[in-house]
Design a binder for this molecule. Structure first.
Ligand code: FES
Ligand code: FES
Length: 157
């Protein structure tokens, strides 16, 4: 099936099976390393991307439905100061996320902070609950997200 996809601000034409999931298209066919096709069932969250500015588990999303929509993956923000500010928060909290959950968690944190620079407790819980983490405890994640929000707002240098 042939269609166009708008990925990180660039238009691409792809030709893939109609049953391909968006996570497989982005991660395997288009080699965007930040997108993992892991559980494939909506449990882990490692495949999270933004579709028309809404966080979506892309493993549950048929690739062809991305036609006409704007897809954003972590690669789109890697060069931005917003990305560095989020990373500073994780560093200050001594949280070194592994490649499994890091891309989706950072992208979701960016998305939340773009909507609201004051991360509420509920938003922090949401960022934690939406993406499984097997290596870092919840209180460290909470602290890292709190610090990331402070760097984002410019409260710290
Ligand atoms: S790969 Fe999509 S939720 Fe696990
Ligand atoms: S740091 Fe490894 S899954 Fe979160």
């Amino acid at each position: 099936m042939k269609f166009n996809i708008d990925l990180n601000g660039k238009e691409y034409e792809v030709d893939v099976p109609s049953n391909l999931r968006l996570s497989q298209l982005l991660g395997m066919v288009m080699t965007r390393k930040s997108v993992k096709h892991n559980c494939g069932t909506g449990r882990c969250g490692y495949c999270l991307v933004l579709i028309d500015n809404t966080p979506i588990y892309s493993c549950l999303y048929p690739a062809y439905r991305a036609q006409g929509k704007k897809i954003i993956t972590l690669e789109a923000i890697l060069q931005k100061s917003e990305y560095s500010n989020i990373i500073k928060g994780f560093e200050l909290a001594n949280v070194d996320l592994c490649p499994n959950c890091a891309p989706a968690r950072i992208l979701l944190t960016y998305h939340q902070l773009e909507k609201n620079r004051e991360l509420t407790g509920e938003m922090i819980e949401n960022i934690i609950d939406t993406i499984t983490c097997d290596c870092t405890d919840v209180s460290s994640l909470k602290e890292a997200l709190y610090l990331a929000a402070n760097f984002y707002k410019g409260d710290f240098d």
